[in-house]
Design a protein around this ligand. Structure first.
Ligand SMILES: Nc1ncnc2c1ncn2[C@@H]1O[C@H](COP(=O)(O)OP(=O)(O)OP(=O)(O)O)[C@@H](O)[C@H]1O
Ligand SMILES: [Mg+2]
Length: 581
């Protein structure tokens, strides 16, 4: 409720005002109707019509018109609220998701929760309307019931008794539905994945050539049939139970109605009273039933909302220490891995094993090692996307955990192997490296020039304003190497003290690679740089080369000295060099 209110206080207040007014109309109309009918009965019995009789008839028409207008106004505000609420919840979910650390994203359970929480923003709109509707129904039901009560208390009792079983039934099924949904989340995720896999630009080439489309579609169909079967089973039970209960309530309504007709026939009640009571009973019973079903609908929906609430309660585990200090600028000593061990959550195998490693100020280091030796993992620890399982990473002698994490990130520029291809303009793709510089055309062009992206971008039809990627109308796709040049420009724009490039040239052609590295040396002069690469032509330009193997640093030195040592580096280098001869 608080989230709804926060999302648009004015809209909520206006919507409620209209609902409450609308809720009083049924009773007003029935009362005027009774007065009119009683007057007619007197007139047909030989009496005279009261003064202003036709004005009352007009008034009833006026009330009906007012009711219609109020109903539309409520709909109007409901619509506005739906939009505001979707925005509000989506923003909260996105903000919260960005605060959580990567560890959370590794867990499938978290993914399921995130998935369900995300759906809340749009799927639970009806619940908000339901809350407003229930208040309106409540006012109608209470006002009409009080008038039924005025004629006969037990009539009201019959009505309430009729709806209680319906309510219990509804809430029972709501709970079953929720439980089923929770159980189905992993399947639904799988389904989403298959759908994307089966119909997306990224996968189209490979699916076609491997002839996988049919296979993926069959998998999808199979899985979605399984879901269907489960849903049908529940829907069938709900249909049976619901029908039985509705028979009970309709029977009770008509027995009450029959009783009122009987009293009118025997002359105990006037025509106006018959119409008034029958109308009140019908209105009250319809609204009481609606209240119960709306309520169980809300209960049903709010079960889903618990996912949203639970998601918003997940706390980042890499919380900053209470006395976080700003990152040093300039960095004096550099980074130091002190006996660092690390394994990923849910996998006991250590990726890094009591690793000792330094990056000193002004040093440009190349990190090499075979696939899966932990190079990228090491970068994640320097940038504190993860904390070490044991040991410490120090910056200028202070544990990274003591620094303000956002401040730390400002001092580090990283381009990962799997960098993001933003489907935005070329300018934005560079500017994300340092959003503050987004308006500074000159800096953006300079950074792009350094990474060789400038030539790529100026050749595009729209230049720096060209939309990249194929997702949106008018977008232009780049080749792998061109994307990489654009991503590199981000790192150069960043103006960080430590620059980390994880395979920055893997997709570049030989000439571009050479050019990038000739510039790299001058661009990183006086800064720290960590370069990860499988290309030894690149690696040999570094001041120092570090070999990572089985979670430890096994060799460390300049290219020539490592070659003369004849160790793993020398073997890897030879292997690559030999294949070129
Ligand atoms: N998110 C993760 N969860 C669990 N294990 C992971 C995760 N990321 C990586 N690993 C494992 O950790 C090990 C080291 O991975 P890492 O990505 O650091 O290797 P790398 O040296 O960068 O390899 P490459 O040269 O292929 O890029 C691998 O065995 C990998 O399977
Ligand atoms: Mg890697």
């Amino acid at each position: 409720m608080r989230m709804v209110w926060e999302s648009a206080p004015g809209v909520v207040a206006a919507g409620w005002a209209f609902r409450i007014t609308a809720a009083l109309i049924p009773l007003a109309m029935l009362s005027v109707g009774k007065w009119i009918l009683d007057a007619v009965q007197i007139r047909t019995g030989g009496g005279t019509l009261p003064d202003h009789f036709w004005w009352w008839v007009a008034a009833e028409g006026g009330l009906a018109i007012l009711g219609g207008v109020l109903g539309r106004a409520t709909g109007f505000f409901d619509g506005l609220l739906a939009d505001r609420f979707t925005r509000h919840v989506s923003v909260r979910v996105m903000e919260h998701a960005s605060r959580l650390d990567l560890t959370a994203y590794e867990s499938p359970a978290f993914h399921d929760l995130l998935e369900r929480a995300r759906a809340q923003a749009t799927d639970r709109i009806t619940m908000i309307h339901a809350i407003g509707a229930i208040a309106q129904q409540l006012i109608i039901a209470v006002s009409l019931s009080l008038s039924v009560l005025h004629f006969s208390p037990w009539l009201l009792g019959v009505l309430v008794l009729a709806v209680v079983p319906a309510f219990l039934g509804e809430s029972h099924f709501a709970f079953l539905g929720y439980a089923l949904n929770v159980r189905q989340t992993p399947m639904r995720r799988q389904l989403d994945y298959l759908r994307v896999l089966g119909a997306s630009k990224e996968t189209a080439k490979e699916l076609k050539l491997f002839g996988l489309a049919g296979y993926i579609t069959r998998e999808y169909a199979q899985l979605s049939d399984d879901l269907y079967t489960q849903n049908v089973a529940l829907a069938r039970r709900r249909l049976l139970g619901g029908s039985l209960l509705s028979v009970i309530s309709t029977t009770s309504y008509y027995s009450a109605y029959g009783y009122v007709i009987y009293r009118t026939v025997t002359g105990d009640l006037s025509w106006g009273s018959l119409q008034f009571i029958a109308g009140s009973i019908a209105g009250a019973s319809a609204n009481i039933q609606s209240i119960f079903s709306t309520f169980s609908n809300i209960a049903d929906q709010s079960l889903f909302l618990t996912d949203l609430v639970e998601f918003l309660k997940v706390k980042p585990t890499l919380a900053a220490s209470a006395h976080a200090i700003p990152a040093p600028r300039p960095i004096r000593d550099g980074f130091h891995f002190e006996d660092v061990s690390f394994h990923y959550p849910g996998n006991a195998r250590p990726v890094l094993d009591r690793l000792d490693f330094r990056i000193s100020r002004g040093e440009r280091i190349a990190l090499v090692g075979e696939n899966g030796q932990g190079k990228t993992t090491l970068v994640k620890l320097i940038t504190r996307l993860y904390d070490p399982t044991a040991g410490r990473v120090l910056l200028d002698g202070v544990d990274l955990r003591d620094y303000d994490i956002e401040d730390l990130h400002r001092e580090i520029g990283v381009i990962f192997q799997d960098f993001v291809r933003y489907e935005m303009t070329a300018r934005q793709n560079v500017a994300v490296g340092r959003l503050e510089a987004g308006d500074d055309e000159w800096r953006i062009r300079k950074a792009a020039g350094r990474s060789l992206a400038h030539d790529v971008i100026t050749r595009l039809p729209g230049g720096y304003d060209q939309l990249l990627g194929r997702r949106f109308e008018g977008g232009v796709d780049l080749s792998g190497g061109e994307w990489q040049k654009v991503a590199l420009a981000r790192a150069y724009l960043r103006d960080a003290q430590l620059l980390i490039l994880d395979e920055p040239t893997a997709a570049l052609d030989a000439r571009a690679e050479l050019e990038v590295f000739e510039r790299f040396a001058e661009l990183t002069a006086g800064k720290m740089a960590l370069l990860i690469s499988h290309r030894f032509s690149t690696v040999r330009m570094a001041d120092r080369i570090v070999v990572l193997s089985d979670g430890r640093i096994t060799e460390d030195g300049h290219h020539d000295s490592l070659i003369s040592q004849g160790g793993r580096y020398a073997r890897m280098f030879e292997l690559q060099a030999a294949s070129y001869r």
